[in-house]
Design a protein around this ligand. Structure first.
Ligand code: OXT
Ligand code: ADP
Ligand code: MG
Length: 593
C-alpha cells in the first residue's frame, strides 16, 4: 500500500521518533528510490553491480547520480558473480541489482553460489505487484521471487512500505555478514520505489548497522582442548581454507604457522595467505601429508568433496569411505560445521581472528617444533615434486601445452604479486593452481566450492573495480564462453584486465570424435582454431593470437604495462587435457563395458 501524502502550507515535518505520516511540503518528500540509495550509502556501500530494466532502470540512474558506482553488465549472472566476489574481497556485502522474474533468476545462480562459498552478497531484485502475483493473474514478469529465493540463500526479505526500507537493508546487511557469511535476497516490489514519505522522518527510519560482523570469541576450554591435541602431535598439519583468507587475520595466521613450525596446506583460494614459496608449505607434497598427518588443524576449510570428506584413501583409509587415523581440530564460525563428515575431536567455534589469536596466546614462546623426521620427510617429497615440475616447465613444445603456457603466467605473476588472478576451467584451472605460485593473500579467486564455470568475467570486473589492481584471468576456452560477452563490459569501463584463454578447442580437450561418424561434432568439441582475441577487438580492446610462449609473454607484459583491456588467445595443443582435469574420478562410470 502506498503512503499517500499531501503538500502542506508550512514546512512542518515529523517530530523526532514520531509517526512519519506527518504532512510535509512536496519538496521535503523522499521516495522509495532515494531511501534505498541512502540506506546503502549510510552503510558504506559505494558500488552496485547489475542490469537495468523495469522496474529498476531509474534506480540504476539515480544510484549513479547520487555518486555510487553503478556497474552495468550484459547478463545478471555475471553481475551476481561480480557482487559475490566483491563481498569476499572487501568484507562488505556485494550488491547485485536485477529486474524481476528472468533477471532475478539469472542473478539467483550467483546468489546460491555465494551462499555455498560463504561470500557476503545481497541480491536486490525488483518484483511485480504482490496482489497480482499472489492471485497468479499473469503480471508482467510475474513470479513469487521471495519464495523461490528463500531456499537458495541464507536469508530473504521483502519490503512493502517505504518506511521499512531502512530495516530491510539493515537486516540484509546483518544476515550477509554476521556469523558464516552468505547470500541474502531483498525483494523490492515496483510500487515501493514510487512511494513518497516526508524526507526528514524517512531518513530517520534508516539504520547504520553497528558491528555487522561481530567478533565471536572462542571458549577457553575449546582452545585448551585444541592446543592439548596439537601439542601431542607427531605429524601435525595445518589446512588453510578460503575462510581463513576472508577473515583477514593474515599476520596472526602467519605467526601461528611460523611459531609452531607446523607444515601447512592451502586450499585453492587460500594460496598466497602465506607466499606459496614459504618453507613450511606442503602444497607440493599434498598426497603425502594428508594420509600421513596425525593431527590436522583446519582453519576456515570444510571437509567437503575438495578434501575427500576427510576420509577414504586420500586420508589413509583402507576403503573409499573408511576413516584414516588422524584427529581433527576445526576452527570455524559455524557451530554446525563440526562432525559434518568425520569426527572433529576439537571444534573451536568463533571468528578466525579471535580463534587464531587465542591459539597464539596459548602456544606461548616455547612451543616445541614438530619432529624433524616429519618435516624432513615432507621437504624431501616437496623438493622432489618441485624439481620434477621444473623439468616439465622448462620444456617449450610446439604447439604450447598447459605447462609451457602457464610457465609464462607463473613468471608474470611472480613479477606482479599484487595482481589479482581469476581462474576457471578444468585443466586450465588445475594446472594453474599447482603451477602458478601466489604471493599475497586474497589474490587468487576461482570456481570455489561448486567448481562452477562462468565466474570468469564477472570476477574480473569486480576485482578490477574494487581493488584497482591489474587483473589476470586464466580461462579454459569452455569456461570463458559462459561469460565471454562481458569483455564488452571490461572495455566499456576500460578495466586493467588481461584475459588469457587457454584454447584447446573444447571442454577438457578438442580431440573427441562423434562415434557415429555423423556430421555433428562430439559434445565436448568446439570450432577448431577459434579466435577469441577478435571478440575483444570488436569492442576496442587489444586482442592477440599467441601461438608461442614468446608471443604469450610479450602480450602479457604489454597488457600489464598498458593496463588496457586485453584478450590473448593462447593456442594450446588440443590433445593436452584430461577428462575433468584432476577430478576425473568423480565421473560416474559403469562397470558394464
Ligand atoms: O601430491 P601429488 O603427487 O598428488 O601432486 C599434487 C601436488 O602435490 C602437486 N603440486 C606441486 N608440484 C610441484 N610444484 C608445486 N608448486 C606444486 N603444487 C602442487 O600437484 C598435484 C596437484 O596438486 P593439487 O591441485 O593441490 O592437488 P589435487 O589432488 O588436485 O587436489 C584435489 C582438489 C579436489 C582439492 C583439487 O583438484 C581441486 O581443487 N579441484 C577443483 C576442481 C574443480 O573445481 N574443477 C572445475 C569443475 S570440472 C567440470 O565440472 C567442468 N565443467 C562442467 C560444468 C561446470 N563446472 N559448471 C557449469 C556451470 N557447467 C558445467 C565444464 C563445462 S570443467 C568445464 C569446462 C572445461 O573446459 P575448459 O575449456 O574450460 O578447460 P580445459 O580443461 O582446460 O579444456
Ligand atoms: P575451502 O573451499 O577453501 O576449503 P570452505 O569454503 O570450504 O573453504 O570453508 C570456509 C569456511 O570458513 C566455512 O566453513 C565458513 O563457515 C568459515 N568462515 C568464513 N569466514 C569465517 C570467519 N570470519 N571466521 C571463522 N570461520 C569463517
Ligand atoms: Mg578447453
Amino acid at each position: 500500500m502506498e503512503t499517500v501524502t499531501k503538500p502542506a502550507a508550512t514546512g512542518t515535518s515529523a517530530a523526532p521518533g514520531g509517526p512519519i505520516a506527518v504532512i510535509a511540503p512536496a519538496q521535503d518528500q523522499i521516495d522509495g528510490f532515494h531511501l534505498v540509495i541512502d540506506a546503502l550509502k549510510l552503510n558504506g556501500i559505494d558500488t552496485v553491480f547489475g542490469l537495468p530494466g523495469i522496474p529498476i532502470t531509474d534506480l540504476t540512474r539515480m544510484l549513479q547520480a547520487e555518486g555510487l558506482r553503478m556497474i552495468s553488465f550484459r547478463h545478471e549472472q555475471n553481475a551476481g558473480y561480480a557482487a559475490s566476489i566483491a563481498g569476499y574481497l572487501t568484507g562488505k556485502p556485494g550488491i547485485c541489482l536485477t529486474v524481476s522474474a528472468p533477471g532475478f533468476l539469472n542473478g539467483l545462480t550467483a546468489l546460491a553460489n555465494a551462499t555455498t562459498n560463504c561470500f557476503p552478497m545481497i541480491l536486490i531484485s525488483g518484483s511485480s505487484e504482490r496482489e497480482v502475483v499472489d492471485l497468479q493473474q499473469g503480471d508482467y514478469e510475474e513470479m513469487d521471487q521471495l519464495a523461490i529465493a528463500r531456499t537458495l540463500c541464507k536469508a530473504a526479505f521483502r519490503v512493502l512500505h517505504a518506511e521499512d526500507i531502512g530495516v530491510g537493508v539493515a537486516r540484509a546487511i546483518r544476515a550477509a555478514l554476521s556469523g558464516r557469511p552468505g547470500g541474502v535476497y531483498l525483494d523490492l516490489p515496483a510500487k515501493l520505489f514510487a512511494q513518497s514519505i516526508p524526507a526528514e522522518a524517512g531518513r530517520r527510519t534508516l539504520i547504520e548497522v553497528v558491528d555487522p560482523a561481530p567478533r565471536q570469541i572462542p571458549a577457553a576450554d575449546a582452545v585448551k582442548r585444541a592446543l592439548d591435541l596439537l601439542r601431542g602431535a607427531k605429524k601435525p598439519l595445518i589446512l588453510l581454507g578460503k575462510g581463513a583468507a576472508y577473515a583477514r587475520a593474515d599476520a596472526d595466521i602467519r605467526e601461528l604457522i611460523e611459531k609452531t613450525g607446523i607444515p601447512y596446506l592451502p586450499m585453492s583460494m587460500a594460496k598466497g595467505l602465506l607466499p606459496d614459496i614459504h618453507a613450511q608449505s606442503a602444497a607440493a607434497a599434498r598426497s603425502y601429508v594428508l594420509p600421513e598427518a596425525d593431527v590436522v588443524l583446519l582453519i576456515g576449510a570444510r571437509l567437503n568433496w575438495l578434501l575427500s570428506h576427510g576420509k577414504g584413501k586420500t586420508w589413509g583409509g583402507k576403503g573409499h569411505k573408511d576413516w584414516g587415523s588422524q584427529k581433527f581440530i576445526q576452527v570455524d564460525i559455524s557451530p554446525q560445521e563440526a562432525d559434518s563428515n568425520v569426527k572433529i575431536d576439537a571444534p573451536v567455534v568463533g571468528d578466525i581472528g579471535s580463534c587464531v589469536s587465542a591459539l597464539l596466546a596459548g602456544i606461548g614462546a616455547n612451543w616445541p617444533k614438530p619432529p624433524a623426521e616429519w618435516t624432513n620427510a615432507i621437504a624431501e617429497r616437496r623438493d622432489r615434486n618441485i624439481a620434477k615440475m621444473a623439468q616439465t616447465l622448462a620444456l617449450d613444445p610446439a604447439p604450447m601445452n598447459f605447462h609451457s603456457a602457464l610457465n609464462v603466467v607463473r613468471d608474470i605473476v611472480k613479477s606482479n604479486p599484487a595482481a589479482m588472478l581469476v581462474n576457471e576451467g578444468a585443466n586450465a584451472l588445475d594446472f594453474t593452481r599447482s603451477i602458478v605460485d601466489m604471493y599475497q593473500p586474497r589474490k587468487r579467486i576461482d570456481v570455489g566450492t561448486w567448481g562452477v564455470m562462468g565466474i570468469g568475467m564477472g570476477f574480473c570486473v569486480a576485482a578490477a573495480v574494487v581493488t584497482g589492481e591489474q587483473v589476470i584471468a586464466i580461462e579454459g576456452d569452455s569456461a570463458f564462453g559462459f561469460s565471454g560477452m562481458e569483455v564488452e563490459t571490461i572495455c566499456r569501463y576500460n578495466l586493467p584486465v588481461c584475459v588469457v584463454v587457454l584454447n584447446n578447442n573444447g571442454v577438457y580437450r578438442g580431440t573427441d570424435v562423434n562415434p557415429t561418424g555423423g556430421p555433428d561434432v562430439a559434445p565436448t568439441v568446439f570450432v577448431k582454431g577459434a579466435r577469441y582475441d577478435m571478440l575483444m577487438q570488436a569492442f576496442g580492446g587489444v586482442g592477440v593470437n599467441a601461438t608461442t610462449t614468446a608471443e604469450l609473454r610479450a602480450a602479457m607484459e604489454e597488457a600489464i604495462r598498458s593496463r588496457r583491456p586485453t584478450l590473448i588467445n593462447a593456442v594450446i595443443d588440443e590433445t593436452a587435457g584430461t577428462e575433468s582435469g584432476r577430478i576425473t574420478s568423480l565421473n560416474p562410470s559403469t562397470k558394464k563395458k
